[in-house]
Design a protein around this ligand. Structure first.
Ligand code: SF4
Ligand code: SF4
Length: 141
């Protein structure tokens, strides 16, 4: 198993420093990889990152909710095409980029309305893809 960062991530970088095996990597380019990503082959499932996340974006893989609902939660660039077509807000963040801070504009973010649900399980494959077909640890440099 592994831990998974979901589209609730806004890249503030709070989780990166606590990971004992340094397997949380900022996505790059942010338009294509808008979150932080956890290397599933390196994560030791210690759970240290979970309480560090102010946005409750991190879950053990088998606990990622299929019907997440929280009014006011911001979702970044969801893979669901129907959802993405409604996500029009941009959101500025100061993102941790390995050695320092980086100013990032997250496009396609949506603030969940009261009673609105989203399937965060759709966010599991990108965590794997980032390290298999994506930049992976190369995004650090
Ligand atoms: S569960 Fe532990 S090893 Fe895995 S990403 Fe979080 S802090 Fe790192
Ligand atoms: S602490 Fe949460 S919101 Fe911040 S970068 Fe990590 S997963 Fe994203």
């Amino acid at each position: 198993m592994t831990h998974i960062i979901t589209s609730l991530c806004v890249r503030d970088g709070a989780c990166i420093e606590v990971c004992p095996v340094e397997c949380i990597i900022p996505g790059k380019p942010a338009d294509e990889w808008p979150w932080m990503y956890i290397d599933p082959d390196t994560c030791i499932d210690c759970g240290a990152c979970i309480p560090e996340c102010p946005f409750e974006a991190i879950f053990p893989e088998d606990e990622v909710p299929g019907d997440y609902s929280k009014a006011g939660a911001r979702v970044s660039a969801p893979r669901d095409p129907n959802f993405a077509s409604r996500a029009t807000e941009e959101h500025e963040v100061e993102s941790e980029k390995g050695k320092g801070q980086e100013h990032i504009m997250l496009k396609q973010t949506l603030v969940l309305a009261e009673g609105e649900t989203i399937d965060l399980k759709a966010d599991i494959p990108p965590n794997y893809d980032f390290f298999k077909g994506g930049p992976g640890y190369g995004a650090k440099s």
